[in-house]
Design a protein around this ligand. Sequence first.
Ligand SMILES: Cc1cc2nc3c(=O)[nH]c(=O)nc-3n(C[C@H](O)[C@H](O)[C@H](O)COP(=O)(O)O)c2cc1C
Length: 374
Amino acid sequence: MNSSNSDKESMPEQEKSKEIFKRKEEHLKIPIEYNVQHSVNYFDDIELIHHAIPEIDLDEIDLTLKFFNKKITAPICISAITGGHPISKEINEILAKAAEEEGIIMSVGSQRIGLEDPTTIDSFKIVREVAPTIPVIGNLGLGQVGSVYFREDDLTNCIDMVDADVMAIHLNALHELVQYKGNISYRNFEQNFKKIREVTNIPLLAKEVGSGINQDLALMLDRLGFDGFDVGGAGGTSFAAIESKRNNFDNGQYSRNLAEVFREWGIPTPVSIINVRKASQKMTIATGGLKTGIDIAKSIVLGADIGGFAYKFLKSSWQDRKNNTISNTLREIRTLKKELRSSLWLMNLNNLSELKNKREKCVILGNLYFWLNQ
Ligand SMILES: Cc1cc2nc3c(=O)[nH]c(=O)nc-3n(C[C@H](O)[C@H](O)[C@H](O)COP(=O)(O)O)c2cc1C
């Protein structure tokens, strides 16, 4: 993801790109080598109601739906992971090929580096080259859209770079806060967003990256003109935990590492889904700690439309990269579909609309109950 405070704005371009380049590589390797997942996953506090005599055949269950103007085979999104590095190009190629074969959504990581260093553009472009038909979500950060240096062209260039069907603007304040020289000033966000809203005719999503979206903010973003959300709640990959593993901590000045202290910070994904759904009826992707197809079903029962996965697909594609294949990623997608289909079957439901937002079809327990009933 991004950072671009005034310090960074004044860095020579080459140095800035080198710094982002190194960060890109670390962001890919750290989640593979260390445990940077939130320690609590609130999906465990949701139980779906079993139905002992399913009346339909498993294979008759319809998982298809429309994601804006394109049909997908199942409500599954490969969430934003990477771009801007030679390894990213390989990862994006694997993910996009598998997504195309299985007919699901593919997202690219932050395209800021593509705007700043044209030599990295191929790591993004590869996605559309190998995935001509599926929905592709482009990605740019709050750090850019909120900056005084932002130009509307930046967004248009990102859209063109991947021939994006949809653009996500990622909201990563915690990440920027704990990152070395992160951008922590977003005063121009609303003003800049209004300008891009006027000139952009593809859907724009507001996407958190692991700390979730509260109800008031969801309402504000809905009114501002976003077309949908990716709740990016707490429960899965923690960017603060990733940053705590990078060498950023100034122990001369502070006694504790801010990134380590804030590693669990955030609104749990299930709570964030409910927050967003109360505020808006627009397209909503649930990411943040989803592990299986049952978690997709749990997200949909709470009101989401689609389940998104970053860590799962980072792991599968990392393995695929080593073996020069896409088979692990394909297997992961098929497994998620099978698990989701099985969940619907065991609940005696024909399709996703019989599941969506049907709170009577689940029980909420434990700390999630307290979160929702405070
Ligand atoms: C290595 C890595 C890089 C990521 N980079 C981005 C990014 O550039 N833009 C973005 O919006 N989200 C980014 N994310 C956040 C994910 O898209 C997702 O919202 C978050 O990781 C929660 O999902 P998970 O628990 O399945 O990992 C990244 C996640 C990972 C693991």
